[in-house]
Design a protein around this ligand. Structure first.
Ligand code: SIN
Length: 274
């Protein structure tokens, strides 16, 4: 499909994701290309690219076309590149990033627009990433449930997830403080205007306006909708593939089925405009 006559784009599943071909995102892009990518990202939720040999500088340049880059609140980047989040699993790993459905760093007051993950080393098989459309999850709810959720807010915090991860890795984080924030349960996407569900199992603690048991039941129900394969796509990485996802439009889950083999990538996270 020619997207706005600029991108060679093919939808990868009915609800989420598109592959973009014939573009070299490791090199400087034109304004028209960037604007077409912005629109495509808002519409498809996640864009996939192959054969993109990013280094840290070109990955950061690509990210900066879409906004300022974030520095991860738990995991520092390599020297000189604090904005690069290393993604790694091997035979010594006790945990890997993203093993449950989530939207990146939703615990911050201004959660990121998107994340751009470049994969350098892959196991012979496995290590796929699942993406689910948060808009399709919202659309699948009954009008009564949609009305019930409208106007509710949820409390998100990095405390539980990051301390759990650090404990597994033997990292002492007792002196650290993690961000927390309240966000609407139903989000309206700033570019597409589409409504989506914005609660996730990593960072959301509770729906503020509901009694504890009711909040837990509703959150578990919403999480179960993301687990429905109907709303998902599964990305099979190749060396030098890139996935660029919109954290307001999709949730994702990294499958750690390749232990003890090695999988290595690097991610930049793009801040949303304030
Ligand atoms: C993440 O950013 O949550 C990790 C995704 C992945 O490793 O596929």
């Amino acid at each position: 499909m020619a997207y706005d006559d600029i991108l060679n784009l093919s939808r990868v599943s009915p609800h989420v994701g598109a592959e973009v071909a014939d573009i070299d995102i490791t090199r400087p892009l034109s304004e028209r290309q960037v604007s077409a990518l912005q629109r495509a990202l808002a519409e498809f939720g996640v864009l996939f690219f192959h054969e993109q040999k990013f280094d840290h500088d070109s990955q950061k340049r690509f990210g900066r076309y879409f906004g300022e880059l974030d520095i991860h609140p738990n995991t520092p980047g390599p020297p000189g590149h604090p904005e690069i989040l290393p993604i790694h699993g091997d035979a010594n790993s006790k945990v890997v990033a993203g093993e449950g459905w989530h939207s990146d760093v939703s615990c911050t007051a201004n959660p990121p627009l998107g994340s751009i993950l470049h994969m350098h080393v892959l196991p012979e098989s496995g290590g796929d990433t699942l993406f689910a459309s948060a808009g399709a999850v919202y659309d699948s709810l009954s009008p009564r449930m949609q009305a019930y959720l409208e106007g509710l807010t949820a409390f998100h915090s990095g405390d539980r997830y990051y301390r759990w991860r650090n404990a597994k890795e033997g990292i002492d984080d007792s002196g650290r403080r993690y961000p927390s924030a309240n966000h609407p349960v139903v989000l309206r996407h700033p570019v597409s205007g589409r409504k989506s569900i914005y609660v996730n199992s990593f960072f959301t603690y509770a729906i503020n306006e509901l009694p504890e048991e009711e909040s837990e039941a509703i959150l578990n129900f919403l999480y179960s909708r993301f687990a429905d394969p109907m709303f998902q796509t599964r990305f099979r990485w190749r060396k030098n593939s890139v996935a660029f996802w919109d954290n307001r439009a999709v949730q994702h889950l990294a499958i750690w089925d390749y232990f003890p083999h090695t999988r290595t990538g690097s991610r930049v996270t793009v801040k949303a405009a304030t």
